[in-house]
Design a protein around this ligand. Structure first.
Ligand code: ZN
Length: 111
């Protein structure tokens, strides 16, 4: 399940979480029409967020990878909520660390 938010940096407001990109467009359009007369605020942000409410585009690649794995694991338990379960966050860290360790072992064995 994907989650999206719209943020207006002029008003310093963020939309509620929506689950469909079309709903995200509607949030942005409604805000622009209602508050800014159809103008597009500078630096507005709209896009997919993780279960912690962070924009994927604003995360470092490693943090984004961890967030995507933890999101996927948490969605196995409950798709409707926000936040990561502790075991999903730990599982994502173990998976990334294990993959890195395995890669190092394979490289060391090949040399
Ligand atoms: Zn605004």
């Amino acid at each position: 399940m994907h989650r999206y938010r719209y943020r207006c940096t002029v008003c310093r407001t963020t939309s509620p979480v929506v689950l469909d990109p079309d709903d995200l467009d509607a949030e942005g359009t409604a805000h622009r029409q209602g508050v800014h007369g159809g103008h597009i605020p500078d630096d507005e942000i709209a896009g997919q967020i993780d279960r912690l409410g962070r924009w994927y585009a604003a995360l470092s690649p490693l943090a984004a990878l961890h967030a995507r794995i933890a999101d996927g694991l948490s969605d196995l338990r409950d798709e409707k909520t926000m936040g990561h379960y502790w075991w999903a966050s730990a599982g994502a860290a173990l998976l990334i660390g294990g993959t890195a360790a395995l890669t190092l072992l394979l490289i060391a064995a090949a040399l």
